[in-house]
Design a protein around this ligand. Structure first.
Ligand SMILES: Nc1ncnc2c1ncn2[C@@H]1O[C@H](COP(=O)(O)OP(=O)(O)OP(=O)(O)O)[C@@H](O)[C@H]1O
Ligand SMILES: [Mg+2]
Length: 340
């Protein structure tokens, strides 16, 4: 398959609901990365790389999108947690281990690994804590990451060197509180002179853009934010999107449980109202799509417990989150005794 930005988005659409802007931004960034690799092989000209920063509330699909992306791409792709880097005194060893995994993913092919993608999650946790001095553990991790993001020769435990210049880095984080910072620092359109003919939509978009200064105020060092020129924002999921996550994705939870029931010879039917109720609860929990599975499993588990024992059980139907499901049997007694 030849990869284009739209084919990447198309693939992501099967697993990730909504987040259209982020999908496009990421797809273009990854596509540009591929073009760059191809070009470097042919004419050796060098283009600057554009690492990407993903910002959005917890449970909105940042990690999911990167994991899904890694499956379409024919390049080594690894994920690391910034928090586990900051909880160790051996930051550089940890980073080396991440790069080593990238080499392993590329089956030891150094050329492949050097053009791979590294996703670093929870990058917002590297901010200097309130009252903390410069040189905090988070900040020192930022410096360590900065070095590999800029491109350097890193010696691996195997003695081999890996050049990180062409590795694409994607960083992700929830950045709780960033919106307040953006709002407090936004004064009209700044230096951009506006006129009547300007497209309000474009102006609004520029205005809600996350600026490097916002990230600096948040607690990331300027050199670090400077290495993340592309920023994609993930939106909070609406009730409709949460419902679609449960029912419409390629590996949706509803589909998975319907399969489990089908293996038992039973049809599972959950009416749309139930998914709406679950979505409403999930919104109250404020953990994005994260709590959907738990709520759904709690609903299904008691029934799944009895289903394998239920002879001639034919269908289980849920009509509300707050009432017991109805059980329909193959040979309903009423029908069986009905006069012909
Ligand atoms: N947009 C989405 N489309 C489909 N499923 C989603 C979406 N967002 C979240 N999910 C579901 O919620 C789970 C958690 O999402 P994910 O791990 O991507 O969150 P995150 O944005 O990385 O959050 P955090 O900031 O807490 O790491 C996913 O495994 C997936 O099942
Ligand atoms: Mg995540």
């Amino acid at each position: 398959m030849t990869i284009t930005p739209s084919s990447i988005v198309h693939y992501l659409d099967q697993y990730v609901i909504g987040q259209e802007d982020a999908k496009k931004i990421l797809a273009v960034a990854v596509y540009a990365h591929f073009r760059k690799i191809a070009r470097a092989r042919s004419d050796r000209s060098r283009m600057a790389k554009s690492n990407v920063l993903l910002i959005g509330s917890s449970g909105t699909g940042k990690t999911l999108m990167c994991e899904t992306l890694s499956r379409v791409l024919d390049v080594p792709f690894v994920t690391a947690e910034a928090t586990s880097l900051s909880h160790t005194r051996f930051v550089n060893e940890e980073i080396e281990a991440v790069l080593q995994r990238l080499v392993d993913r590329g089956d030891g092919d150094m050329d492949k690994a050097q053009n791979g993608i590294v996703f670093i999650d929870e990058i917002d946790k590297l901010k200097a804590q309130e009252g903390e001095q410069r040189g905090s553990s988070g900040e020192s991790v930022q410096h360590a990451l900065l070095k590999i993001m800029e491109g350097s020769q890193v010696k691996l435990a195997t003695g081999q060197y890996i050049d990180t210049t062409n590795i694409l880095f994607i960083c992700g984080g929830a950045f709780v509180g960033l919106d307040e910072i953006i709002r407090s620092q936004t004064h009209g359109y700044g230096f951009i002179a506006t006129s009547k003919g300007d497209n309000q939509k474009i102006l609004d978009r520029l205005n809600t853009r996350v600026k490097p200064t916002d990230l600096f105020t948040y607690g990331l060092i300027p050199e670090f934010t400077g290495r993340l020129p592309i920023i994609a924002r993930f939106h909070d999921l609406t009730r409709e999107m949460l419902v679609r996550i449960m029912t419409d994705t390629k590996n949706s939870i509803y589909g998975q449980f319907r399969d489990i029931f089908r293996d038992e010879g039973v049809e599972l039917v959950v009416e749309p109202r139930v998914f709406e109720q679950i979505a409403e609860l999930a919104i109250e929990y404020k953990t994005g799509a994260r709590s959907l599975r738990g709520i759904f499993e709690e609903l299904i588990t008691p029934v799944l417990y009895v289903v394998p024992d239920g002879r001639d059980l034919h269908r289980v139907v849920y009509t509300s989150l707050f009432t017991d499901p109805t059980f329909e049997h193959q040979h309903a007694p009423a029908d069986a005794s009905a006069p012909r």
